[in-house]
Design a protein around this ligand. Sequence first.
Ligand SMILES: Cc1ncc(COP(=O)(O)O)c(C=O)c1O
Length: 398
Amino acid sequence: MLPIDRAEGVYLYDTDGNRYIDAIASWYTSVYGHCNPYITEKVHAQMNKLDQVVFSGFTHRPAIELAERLLQILPGNQQKIFYSDNGSTATEIGIKMALQYHHNQGRKRAVLLAFENAFHGDTFGSMSVSGLSVYNGPFEDWLIEVERLPVPNDSNIDEVIHLLKNLLSEKEVAGFIYEPLIQGAAAMKMYKADHLNMILKLCRDQGVLTIADEVMTGFGKTGTNFASDQVPTKPDICCLSKALTAGLMPMGATSCTEEVYQAFYSDEISKGLFHGHTYTANPLACTAAMAGIDLLTSAEIQKNIEDILESHRLFDQRIRNHVNVSNTRQCGIIYALDLNTNMERYGKQRDKLFQHFMSAGVFLRPLGNTIYIHPPYIISSDDLNTVYDTIETAIEYN
Ligand SMILES: Cc1ncc(COP(=O)(O)O)c(C=O)c1O
């Protein structure tokens, strides 16, 4: 365990004073840089006004304003926001919304649909729909019933659609949860918007609620505010966290359409969605999120995102034909490559690669033989070039 002492901009500093470029934005959160003064000043002011209050029977301005701001940038069909406090609870709530949506209308639909190798979090609902057994294996016997679809590609799309049609006719499917365009924990596996759209349309036709887990992809990562912006069929529910608060505070939010909301809005108390955490809609987290949206929508950050997209493209040309590289891919500011070698996800060879990066002052976190970059939007071209050069050395000596 490396003790980290402080962070500023794109840099992390350990307790010995060593500096590391945070090339994965601390698990896709600190996209505007660490301890960004624009955000910390806003949160500081809020701290002196209202720090925390029960979000049951009470509300407050930061929560109301943030909901309005989120609805301005989310896909147009999203109408309501449900707050929580991390990514797993954002998806857990999305899953509960889908199950209870049908239950409230007297339908028994208890099966969920998810992609193979998905990752949606560590609570029981989100573990159920996650397909990576390394995280959820010991709990298998207690999980919700889930049917899995292979991630679509040009070769298997017909097969996937055939399987989906069968599942939809045989099973009582309540909802389909998916990481739009890119599966992070599955080693940045990317797939086409067209293929996803075909799946979403079929789900929609069968009254299956679609749940976009935008926990990783949200807030500019894929080159648009949300990955769902690139898919014509919009989700019924969106799950948000990570860059939502720019890495400053833990927070989750789950948005839904008016139609989903109406299935819960009733004088019968049992129709309500009873899911409340102590820190739900914490005013400081809401304030950090609003400051993050200010930055995301600024011309400067939009230009930075464009520049990173172009830099990645040029880097790709440099390395994609290297004999030690078996695949490269890019989705927005996320760039990934596979080394042409077999490597365990958590093994000695992978650790050696990690140490190579750290000793060069670059924090990258390979997933097996996949090296990926998720730079903060504010990274300078010099620092981004250092990241690329360090990766190129790793490829050379692999
Ligand atoms: C797509 C996706 N969903 C959900 C989660 C869970 O978020 P958290 O770690 O905040 O619980 C993650 C975390 O990596 C994620 O990538």
